[in-house]
Design a protein around this ligand. Structure first.
Ligand code: SF4
Ligand code: SF4
Length: 292
């Protein structure tokens, strides 16, 4: 989806994030909907478009400026090349693993001076287990710090070799109630809870941060936050927790890929509420992390 250099919110120091497409969850609050599926995807940023028509003129599929016929798009990229305003954009592109490695290595000096490195993110990085295994092994062998951000829904044994190379693993815990979890993400939380517990068997003992994206109106009750923190502290006593407030910045991406934005029922907890919920989590034992 993107290789994003100079990130300071996704682990220690200055990092490059590798956002990989494909996710088994469909969280209703997701801010990266372009990463749901593993396929090349072209977007159209209406607000940047000047209506010049260059895109429509080169499209082999006869797709117009507003991409109403986007179902016919074969992601050839011709429109992206000619658009003078970057209104047409590659939202998801195929990339060779060695090219990804070459790209992230360009910033190696920043990693070594800041204590940073590379963070695999998504979408869901574990949904491409072979790619993750290859790239993480190459970066690990180069001595880079590597971190992972994951929704936690994966085949643990399949992904374990990659997990063993990580310095820090961020894993999400969205709700303790399996039915509510199913309602808002499309899957039960059972596999995620099991995988969180299994992080404790990793031999290289990476740092673990269990993240709760706090979605106002969904999982922000004190009861749910306390139950989540109690579970984490019980199965992973050394793990820290990070609570991040919901944001609606993904709206522009929904617009670009022609997907309806249906998050109007959620709200962003304010600073006071977040402070209170962090205290609720800390009271159960976990140290609270803050990478924002
Ligand atoms: S990527 Fe190719 S097929 Fe898709 S809209 Fe652009 S020019 Fe047409
Ligand atoms: S080429 Fe770009 S700016 Fe011109 S009409 Fe197409 S999307 Fe809009």
């Amino acid at each position: 989806m993107q290789i994003q250099p100079f990130s300071v919110n996704d682990g220690e120091g200055i990092r490059t994030n590798i956002f990989m497409a494909g996710c088994p969850l469909r969280c209703r609050w997701c801010s990266n909907p372009e990463g749901f599926e593993q396929r090349e995807l072209i977007g159209w940023h209406r607000r940047r478009c000047i209506g010049c028509g260059a895109c429509a003129a080169v499209c082999p599929q006869g797709i117009g400026i507003d991409m109403e016929e986007r179902a016919e798009c074969i992601a050839c990229g011709a429109c992206v090349k000619v658009c003078p305003e970057e209104a047409r954009a590659n939202m998801v592109a195929l990339m060779d693993a060695d090219d990804v490695i070459r790209e992230v290595m360009k910033h190696r000096l920043f990693y070594s001076y800041s204590g940073g490195g590379v963070t695999f993110s998504g979408g869901e990085a574990t949904s491409q287990p072979e790619f993750l295994d290859y790239v993480s092994r190459e970066l690990y062998d180069s001595g880079l710090s590597i971190d992972l951000e994951s929704c936690g829904y994966f085949d643990f044994d399949l992904v374990r070799p990659s997990l063993e190379r990580m310095d820090l693993i961020f894993m999400d815990l969205k709700h303790m109630d399996p039915e509510v979890h199913m309602q808002y993400t499309g899957v039960s939380n059972e596999r995620i809870l099991e995988n969180i517990a299994r992080l404790g068997i990793l031999e290289q003992t990476p740092e673990i941060v269990i993240r709760i994206p706090v979605i106002g109106g969904v999982n922000n009750s004190e009861e749910n936050i306390a139950a989540s923190a109690a579970y984490v502290h019980d199965v992973l006593p050394a793990a820290r927790m990070e609570l991040l407030p919901y944001h609606s910045l993904g709206r522009i991406k929904y617009e670009a890929i022609g997907m309806p934005f249906t998050q109007d029922g959620f709200y962003t907890p304010d600073k006071e509420e977040m402070k209170k919920l962090r205290a609720v989590a800390a009271a159960q034992g976990p140290e609270i992390a803050d990478y924002r």
